[in-house]
Design a protein around this ligand. Structure first.
Ligand code: NI
Length: 138
């Protein structure tokens, strides 16, 4: 038997028109799929505060000629080795490197790792993309 539940939503007409324009621009096929994504996004964001484990990605851009910087980044990564599940280094050009770290662990730890890396002098840009392990999201 399907677990699909249908239910009605009361919504101000103007708000619904705005929603339809938004989901049209985002290429959703149906309102239902757009609502499901909104709900999942809220659940995932809740995980960032409450869950024991999340998954995510950290990107770093830096100049590898600064040896102290490279050593510092490696020291930090070794300290957080338990939550780094993959690391990839790409040489963007003669000077600049892109490092991609796939991470899985407690959200506070993932954020601390990202902040520590970002704070290293000489890191040109750093981003943290927090997601979910997917276990609690259907
Ligand atoms: Ni490089």
């Amino acid at each position: 038997m399907s677990n699909l539940v249908r239910f009605g939503i009361s919504l101000d007409r103007g708000l619904l028109e705005k929603f339809d324009r938004l989901i049209g621009a985002k290429s959703y096929g149906t309102r239902s799929e757009a609502f499901r994504d909104l709900i999942r996004q809220e659940l995932v964001e809740e995980e960032w505060h409450d869950a024991k484990e999340i998954a995510g990605a950290i990107t770093l851009i830096y100049d590898h000629h600064k040896r102290e910087l490279v050593n510092k980044l490696l020291d930090i990564q070794h300290d957080f080795g338990a939550i780094i599940i993959s690391a990839q280094h790409i040489h963007l050009d003669h000077n600049n490197c892109l490092e991609l770290l796939a991470v899985r662990g407690a959200p506070q730890k993932v954020q601390r790792l990202s902040e520590n890396l970002k704070a290293v002098k000489g890191v040109k840009h750093a981003t943290l993309s927090m997601s979910t392990t997917g276990k609690e999201i259907t």
